[in-house]
Write a protein that binds this ligand. Structure first.
Ligand code: SF4
Length: 358
């Protein structure tokens, strides 16, 4: 009712590092440059010299008063417990329901879910819950990316309810790139929450919550401790950004587990099947690929076949690491190649699943 008092507890005051353009309380973000420079401002990241911020447990209450997980989330938790889950970054064109359906059909049956989130080249997307419903209708489970850049906490709470109604299998909570990066620098950045507080809110609504961590982004030594705070906030799964291959990922997971992190890990597997997808992945923040991976693919006689084979091999290597419960086929298509990219992801997914069963 307009003007009525809120049933939610007052939000914890933002006490983030001074000068952070994203007003992060539980920073730093994953966009810190390898040099330590802020992702957007011309100074060092404000969190570089600070200890990881402890989660203080200010969970916002669900105004609907129930936290039953969406059925798709319960099923996904069961699949994660078994291991060998394959997720695919979703490549459809933004705001194009036909492209979405075609790519979903191409991936249906070959991967466990698709991860559909933000795009630096297409910031305007269908809202996450609407995409989740379209994906579900097209036959694939939706693991939806939600960022704190474009919506304040009230809009995000509405999105949480809609995602549950739409049957999202998972919700991937990120702070998000600053609006200064990407296709809509004219938009005002919101950052009312950050990834940790967004994870807590989504978890309090029963969602299966994932977060991202970038092992190679400064301050490298405190990334595992920051992940522990995200777990305390309610995250159950960590997508591990491209970190150079299995050994850096293994080392990061070991350090996190030694601190008490028990969540499942899903490393990103770079999918490069043509020059367009190579260009796109080069634009990822904090990108580190295994030595020779990119050029080994691009110099092959059959780039697509080499890219599919390389991603399948790397995925299977990741899946041998203790704590890894799945892999994310990560990347995106060159312009106009959305369906071809989805078909390549489906081939990789099928190959990985067949190898695990053999
Ligand atoms: S790099 Fe990210 S966390 Fe650090 S100051 Fe900049 S926006 Fe904030």
């Amino acid at each position: 009712m307009p003007g009525s008092p809120s049933s939610s507890p007052a939000p914890s005051p933002a006490t983030g590092a001074a000068g952070c353009p994203k007003h992060m309380e539980y920073g730093p973000c994953g966009g810190v440059e390898f040099s330590g420079r802020c992702e957007v401002a011309d100074h060092a990241c404000s969190f570089l010299s600070l200890a990881p911020v402890r989660w203080r447990g200010a969970l916002p209450a669900d105004p609907a008063g129930h936290v039953a997980p969406p059925p798709a989330a319960s099923l996904m938790r069961e699949r994660l417990a078994t291991g060998g889950v394959v997720i695919a970054d979703f490549p459809a064109r933004a705001l194009d329901a036909e492209s979405l359906s075609a790519c979903a059909r191409a991936l249906s049956g070959s991967v466990d879910a698709v991860l559909a989130g933000d795009s630096g080249t297409a910031r305007v997307q269908f809202p996450p819950a609407y995409r989740a419903r379209l994906l579900s209708d097209a036959g694939v489970d939706a693991w939806m990316g939600v960022n704190a850049r474009d919506r304040n906490r009230v809009a995000l709470e509405g999105e949480a309810a809609a995602l549950a109604h739409a049957g999202a299998a998972g919700v991937h909570c990120v702070t998000g790139d600053h609006t200064g990066i990407g296709s809509r620098p004219d938009a005002a950045p919101v950052f009312d929450l950050d990834s940790t507080r967004l994870a807590a809110m989504m978890a309090s609504r029963g969602h299966l919550v994932s977060v991202a961590e970038a092992p190679l982004s400064p301050p490298v030594e405190s990334r595992p401790a920051r992940l522990l705070e995200k777990q305390r906030a309610g995250a159950e799964v960590c997508f591990v950004n491209h970190a150079g291959g299995p050994e850096p990922v293994r080392a990061f997971i070991e350090r996190a587990q030694n601190l008490g992190v028990t969540m499942g890990f899903i490393p990103c597997v770079p999918v490069i099947v043509d020059r367009g997808s190579a260009e796109l992945i080069r634009g990822f923040t904090s990108l580190a690929l295994p030595d020779g991976y990119l050029y080994g693919i691009l110099e092959a006689r059959n780039v697509r076949a080499q890219g599919v084979a390389a991603a399948s091999r790397l995925a299977l290597e990741f899946l041998t690491i203790p704590g890894v419960v799945g892999v994310d086929l990560s990347g995106g298509p060159g312009a106009g190649k959305e369906l071809e990219f989805a078909e390549a992801e489906a081939e990789i997914g099928a190959a990985v699943t067949a190898a695990l069963r053999s």
